[in-house]
Design a protein around this ligand. Sequence first.
Ligand SMILES: [Zn+2]
Length: 260
Amino acid sequence: MIDIGANLTNKRFHQDIDRVLADAKAAQIKHIIVTGTSKTESIAAQQLAAQYPDFLKSTAGVHPHDAKHWGLDSLNTLRQLAMTTEVVALGECGLDFNRNFSSHAEQEQCFSAQLTLAAELNKPVFLHERDAFPRFAAMLGEQIDHLSGAVVHCFTGTEQALKSYLDMGCYIGITGWICDERRGDDLRRIARYIPADRLMVETDAPYLLPRTIKPKPRGGRNEPAFLGHVVATLAQCRNVTVDALVASTTATAQAFFNLA
Ligand SMILES: [Zn+2]
């Protein structure tokens, strides 16, 4: 399995990252893409990935929450990071009109600049959209033909949004949201519409601990080692075997991020 999104530079992993990675390997995780969410975190993600060259890769991007800090120095840092062998995608970037930690104008400027950079550098993008579908789809639609690939990470949207992303040629990342009996109903229903060659899986660790894990791990921290819980629920929703889903999502992620 390949975990296409884990926030391993989060402080909740500072104490025991070696153990977390060993557990992930023991749980049949072949690669983890460490998510870069700000200038600082993207540098940290690349440095972490450089320490585990056969196991970790990273993304370089500025999350919409952090868009208020976007500037020319961010752009230059992302460009430099994108030249390294560790960085396999730009992002995470996008729009988040749910939390609004940055203004809509700041988010749009930050998102647009990263799409342009990804097109220029011929790198795929790792995208975040929450409660911003119409504007996000319009902005992405303007650039999509110039992008080498785009994955909408942690997809939790509507059937209509899913269809529109697929029509644009986007890939879809599914997290433990699908394991949530309280709010994952829509996602469980529409997950079968995603073509196997557009579908990837991720933990978004330390967030989104799959609620199907019983008993709940102490501290409630999610880890790449728990990716199998996402895969198990997703396989059920799609009426395919776990083995088949592991094979297809791994092959899709390998090709999308150009992994060895
Ligand atoms: Zn996100």
